[in-house]
Design a protein. Sequence first.
Length: 149
Amino acid sequence: MNKISQVDQIMAVMETAFDPQWGEAWNRRQVEDALLLPNTFAILNTSDSQDETATGFLITRHAPGEEELLLIAVDPNYRRQGTAKKMLSQLKVDARTRGASHIFLEMRENNPAKVLYLRAGFEPIGRRRAYYLLSDGNRMDAITYGLSI
Ligand SMILES: CC(C)(COP(=O)(O)OP(=O)(O)OC[C@H]1O[C@@H](n2cnc3c(N)ncnc32)[C@H](O)[C@@H]1OP(=O)(O)O)[C@@H](O)C(=O)NCCC(=O)NCCS
């Protein structure tokens, strides 16, 4: 599927999935610019219904030998049904196919997604102090996670 044709569905999930207090959602321009790059990919999950509503997505970037998970989100109406877990499993397959031996990601320190990543086999490997600038002007550390695939 053409990556840019996925942008409408990605944005539909983006608009529901992120709590504005963290300022983590990307705007349409950021998604389009990312997906125009040849080394950046999306995985989209759709519901079983006839209209194939988008329920979740992830965006990932490949570099020689490694993959960086840039963003993952699931519509709140479809959470805790294994959608993110499924997309991470697909990412492992796709990343290996592209020649990656590791997947990395960065996460705001207090994000409950930590449990998702730990259960998927990721391990915390670093901390970047005051990495995120929050919408209220405060800063928060980022934890870097890595997974050998
Ligand atoms: C994080 C997120 C992607 C998880 O999506 P999801 O489809 O609900 O996750 P899954 O159903 O695949 O969860 C798999 C396992 O991860 C863990 N998990 C997922 N979300 C969790 C949460 N909020 N709190 C604690 N554990 C969680 C659980 O162990 C879960 O298994 P269980 O439901 O059997 O207990 C979703 O909550 C989301 O979109 N959050 C907002 C965006 C965000 O913060 N993204 C991550 C940073 S970019």
